[in-house]
Write a protein that binds this ligand. Sequence first.
Ligand SMILES: NC(=O)c1ccc[n+]([C@@H]2O[C@H](COP(=O)([O-])OP(=O)(O)OC[C@H]3O[C@@H](n4cnc5c(N)ncnc54)[C@H](OP(=O)(O)O)[C@@H]3O)[C@@H](O)[C@H]2O)c1
Length: 279
Amino acid sequence: MSDLQLAILGGGHMGRALVAGLLRSGTRPERIGVGESAEDARGALASDFGVTATPDNARAVDGAAVVVVAVKPTETQAVLKGVSVVLRAQRPLVLSVAAGVRLASLEGWCGEGVPVMRAMPNRAALVGAGATALYAPPSVGAAQRAAAEHIARGVGGFVWLNEEDQLDAVTALSGSGLAYFFLLAEYMAEAAEGLGLAPPVARILAAATLHGAGVLAHSGVADLARLRAEVASPGGTTEAALGVLTAADLKGTVERALAAAARRGRELGDLAGRPAERP
Ligand SMILES: NC(=O)c1ccc[n+]([C@@H]2O[C@H](COP(=O)([O-])OP(=O)(O)OC[C@H]3O[C@@H](n4cnc5c(N)ncnc54)[C@H](OP(=O)(O)O)[C@@H]3O)[C@@H](O)[C@H]2O)c1
């Protein structure tokens, strides 16, 4: 499976993270071809990772067993239509990571007989700590599902979903979720500066705390509520802080934030599905 030939269309933030994660887990650089329109991004992919990066998407796709689509949702239609001749001739698995863009649209742009599925990874793929959800329709066979799992496992952990619509919730939770924790860590560092810490010290401690929380939460030693309770002894400092967060309706704020992300995913899917404008 590590000999799988991969094409990644779009070598931006997510495409780069997938390349880096796959190389870390043992995929050889010559097994990855990237189709990327920006010259500086192509240069960086070649020099940082030793992968082939070309402005010619059809060339990147030629001979690939799996084609990962990692361009912006609104660019997906043009990119897939641009390579549909090669896709229909060679029938690789097309794996889209584009937020919101639905399978029915993707299948239409790829053309008859091309197996298509969707995934929602996150940018922690860059360091092999990604969280990916996979969804495949019944038409995608066992070998191609295994190929998608191989990619997702290579960049972190993965789960399978039963329904395509669940991908909007995944986008809101883990696809975008890293940024919520980064924002909280930024605010924590700034608040600690206000309490007298030097900025570099506050940043180091905030990032280390975020890392420690993530490792503990992922370790499975206890569920999230128990881990929280074990830090917050009754009448202590943590409880004082959590009381402020609860009083400020952190739960409701988080619910509204995730609902906004899921809604935006659906909107992007609608926008991406509109007929492409002719140049
Ligand atoms: N970023 C994340 O954390 C994340 C997480 C989960 C899923 N995703 C999904 O991943 C996809 C990419 O997101 P991103 O954040 O990586 O965006 P991005 O940084 O803008 O990357 C997209 C890349 O594709 C290039 N591109 C544009 N048109 C192209 C074409 N016709 N052929 C080849 N390359 C082309 C862009 O070049 P230009 O800059 O020249 O346009 C850019 O380098 C999105 O659909 C998003 O929903 C992202």
